[in-house]
Design a binder for this molecule. Structure first.
Ligand code: HEC
Ligand code: HEC
Ligand code: HEC
Ligand code: HEC
Ligand code: HEC
Ligand code: HEC
Ligand code: HEC
Ligand code: HEC
Ligand code: HEC
Ligand code: HEC
Ligand code: HEC
Length: 262
């Protein structure tokens, strides 16, 4: 009982000392942001340290327009200031923005994908329209924190020891990893990891094909099979058309591209 009275008394003293009172409660008095700290030290400290735009663009009283006991709506809805964007139509803002006084301190828990797409539509489309095992992963199973970029090797083995993440990405666009494409710099021993026979045959061959890389002939897209005459230099018109009419398959005389007879 004594303790309670004591608290009430000090409160009263403080209110008077503050030379103001809580706007919504006491008529004739007004309170400014610098008064709040007299009774609430935690929130001003949080805002000072991590308030970001809630520190620079708004003050306490912009959000807390009322104060208990008279003011019943002491806590503002985010929608008072944030509306008209798909992101602001999400439910339960506080599940991620856990503290309004540190709005960019994010907690992203559980399997989260749809909310990410309110800002990253493109990646959502890529993943959905190109089904792969990654389509079944939630965005935050890889991006475990906002803006964190994972390394493929957190979850996968390399095909060859000397591959790095840039190499993985050069063949597998991560949000659609089965749309495999590669550039002309791709070294042949990358392919050899899965196509040992073709690699060995070509390396043991003694014709000019030996000096060509796999991707020189198998251009750009995985599983593409070139025709011999698609290689304009030097094969454009290797033989008289009369002869080629009679023997339409180059392989009849030359064997296979990896193991030329001639
Ligand atoms: C004289 C001390 C005092 C001052 C100054 C003061 N408050 Fe409070 N405030 C309190 C007390 C005590 C409570 C708890 C009241 C309750 O729970 O009924 C409280 C509660 C609150 C709450 C919580 C309301 C809720 O529903 O949970 C908010 C928000 C708040 N104050 C904001 C402010 C802001 C903003 C300022 C500055 C403009 C401020 N206060 C200044 C004493 C003060
Ligand atoms: C951008 C709006 C915004 C600003 C600015 C803001 N608050 Fe808050 N405040 C909230 C919200 C929303 C809550 C409800 C709890 C939460 O989400 O963190 C809250 C809760 C509180 C509480 C209740 C206790 C608690 O932490 O839950 C107090 C006290 C408080 N704020 C004081 C302040 C003071 C003092 C300032 C200025 C230094 C301030 N707030 C600035 C939005 C704001
Ligand atoms: C009184 C108005 C007001 C309220 C209420 C309010 N905000 Fe804000 N908030 C702002 C303003 C103004 C900015 C800066 C401009 C902008 O980014 O829209 C901002 C910026 C932010 C930012 C970006 C911060 C930065 O530094 O880039 C986040 C995140 C945010 N608000 C979340 C919230 C959440 C979550 C709530 C509800 C708990 C909330 N806001 C309530 C006014 C408000
Ligand atoms: C699933 C988690 C999640 C939820 C739920 C969520 N946000 Fe966000 N919010 C984020 C992330 C992530 C960012 C980006 C932060 C960054 O850029 O660092 C963000 C950024 C913001 C920003 C600043 C960028 C901008 O768009 O202006 C505001 C304001 C904001 N959120 C308000 C809200 C409001 C209001 C709600 C509820 C209607 C909400 N958020 C719900 C995760 C969430
Ligand atoms: C409110 C909007 C918003 C939401 C919601 C949001 N982000 Fe972002 N995100 C951003 C912004 C802004 C950037 C910075 C873009 C830039 O630098 O070009 C970003 C950047 C990123 C980056 C790239 C970092 C880099 O280095 O390029 C990743 C990855 C990312 N977000 C993943 C996510 C994931 C996963 C989610 C859902 C959990 C999410 N984001 C939710 C706004 C958002
Ligand atoms: C299998 C892991 C994985 C999953 C699942 C994943 N990402 Fe990514 N994401 C990455 C990697 C790795 C990068 C870096 C790509 C690069 O550098 O080319 C990235 C890059 C990004 C970027 C930066 C811009 C860009 O496209 O390079 C954004 C934004 C992003 N991801 C959002 C998302 C969203 C949204 C989802 C869910 C729909 C998602 N990611 C799912 C691994 C993943
Ligand atoms: C957080 C873990 C994780 C990360 C990081 C990750 N993946 Fe995956 N990925 C998986 C899982 C799980 C599967 C399905 C099971 C499997 O094949 O191992 C998968 C499957 C794949 C597949 C086969 C797709 C299919 O549908 O058969 C490819 C290709 C692939 N990942 C490439 C990559 C590349 C390239 C990166 C880096 C840019 C990467 N992954 C990063 C988890 C991950
Ligand atoms: C030269 C292009 C190339 C590079 C570089 C490459 N991959 Fe692949 N990857 C492929 C091809 C082609 C497949 C087989 C696709 C199929 O089965 O149709 C594949 C398949 C996969 C698979 C599916 C499972 C399997 O082993 O068949 C995973 C996972 C994978 N790659 C991860 C990676 C990772 C991680 C890296 C980087 C260390 C990487 N890849 C680098 C071309 C490449
Ligand atoms: C991770 C293993 C892997 C890697 C790396 C890989 N491939 Fe493949 N490749 C496969 C698989 C699996 C098939 C499908 C085999 C089948 O259908 O019999 C295939 C098929 C092919 C085919 C078509 C075969 C046919 O009969 O139609 C060509 C051409 C090919 N790959 C070329 C390449 C080239 C060039 C590279 C290097 C840039 C490469 N591959 C890298 C696994 C791989
Ligand atoms: C001079 C062009 C050329 C080069 C270089 C080349 N290929 Fe081929 N490859 C072909 C042609 C043409 C075919 C179709 C079958 C044939 O006529 O030999 C083929 C067929 C294939 C096939 C499917 C049939 C089989 O033999 O399994 C695979 C897989 C393949 N190549 C992989 C590779 C790899 C891996 C390399 C690099 C080590 C490579 N190729 C280098 C032209 C080439
Ligand atoms: C009837 C057998 C036969 C057929 C079919 C054939 N070639 Fe030839 N080709 C030869 C002979 C024999 C030579 C060697 C001529 C020489 O050494 O002077 C040769 C030489 C070549 C050369 C020149 C080699 C060099 O070292 O300069 C090229 C290129 C070539 N052929 C491409 C092709 C292509 C492409 C096809 C299919 C469109 C084809 N050939 C079909 C028999 C054939």
């Amino acid at each position: 009982m004594r303790k309670k009275t004591g608290i009430l008394f000090s409160l009263l003293v403080l209110i008077i000392y503050s030379s103001g009172a809580l706007a919504a409660n006491q008529e004739g008095f007004s309170l400014s942001d610098s008064d709040c700290i007299k009774c609430h030290d935690k929130q001003p400290a949080t805002i000072a340290a991590r308030g970001n735009k809630h520190k620079t663009e708004v003050g306490c009283l912009d959000c807390h327009t009322e104060h208990p006991p008279e003011g019943k709506n002491a806590i503002p809805d985010c929608s008072v200031c944030h509306s008209d964007s798909p992101h602001y139509a999400l439910e339960n803002c506080a599940s991620c923005h856990s503290d309004a006084h540190a709005p960019l301190d994010l907690i992203i828990e559980g399997e989260v994908s749809a909310p990410c797409l309110t800002c990253h539509e493109k990646q959502g489309v890529e993943v959905k329209e190109n089904p792969s095992a990654h389509t079944n992963l939630a965005c935050n199973e890889c991006h475990t924190k906002h803006r964190y970029i994972p390394e493929c090797m957190e979850c996968h083995e390399k095909h060859t020891e000397d591959m790095n993440v840039d190499a993985c990405l050069s063949c597998h666009p991560v949000h659609m990893p089965l749309v495999i494409a590669y550039n002309q710099e791709t070294p042949s021993h990358y392919c050899a990891a899965c196509h040992g026979e073709a690699y060995t045959l070509l390396n043991n061959n003694t014709t000019k094909h030996k000096d060509l890389s796999c991707v020189y002939c198998h251009r750009d897209v995985h599983k593409m099979l070139p025709s011999c005459i698609s290689c304009k230099i030097p094969h454009g018109e290797p033989h008289p058309s009369k002869m080629l009419k009679k023997y339409p398959e180059c392989g009849q005389c030359h064997g296979i591209a990896h193991d030329l007879k001639n």
